[in-house]
Ligand binder design. Sequence first.
Ligand SMILES: [Zn+2]
Length: 261
Amino acid sequence: MPWIDTHAHLQEHRFAADLPAVLARATEAGVERIITIGIDLPTSRSAVQLAAQYPLLASAVGIQPNHVSEAEPGDWDAIVTLAETDPTIVAIGETGLDRYWDRSPFPLQEEYFRRHLALARRLGKPVIIHCREAEADTVRVLRETIAADGPVAGVMHSFSGDAATAEQCVQLGLLISCAGMVTFPSNTALREIAAAVPADRLLIETDCPYLTPVPVRGQRNEPAFVAHTAKLLASVRGISPEELGHLTTANARRLFALSAN
Ligand SMILES: [Zn+2]
């Protein structure tokens, strides 16, 4: 079964002691590619380093909205230089808007979101969008930049919004990625949304080490567990896990221009 984990944070310290074993378990579970994602300049640099070291990995670089107020002068320029030059980078992000944690002033979050969108567009790479309790503003910024500068490819990662937001994002050309939250018993609405995403717009991810899916909740999340989320998604969409694997893997290869391993 080919799976692609489109969103992981393998540079987190919780993987420092056993990353080779984590990657071996991913391969054993059928994961053919993992995108490891930066949230600031140091983790973007380490994403690129890990992807250079392990062929199973690709990388994404960016400054996540909760970290934009900590960015030093020069950090953004360093992200741009990395994105322009490093061959392991398949996407820009993660970026986006977040009112849940409210760690950075919202206008600064929006300014950085727009910078990431412009960089992604300029380099012809997809953008990875984090959105938490900021759906209307995320759609507004996307609409404004798309109207002004043209389409941008990308994904709403670890989608947690409502059905209307999912539909608006699909209309804007984005993909919708489901993480372990979709397996949590209380998330009926999210399962209904996941069931309705058009087949060519659906992605899967772990967002590990966070959001561990049922039935392994309580453990550290890792890429091998993407199979649990995928099986749940297959059942809510009324297709086999094989079909779900083929379609989400094809979608991820297309969006991130990944070669088949
Ligand atoms: Zn993330």
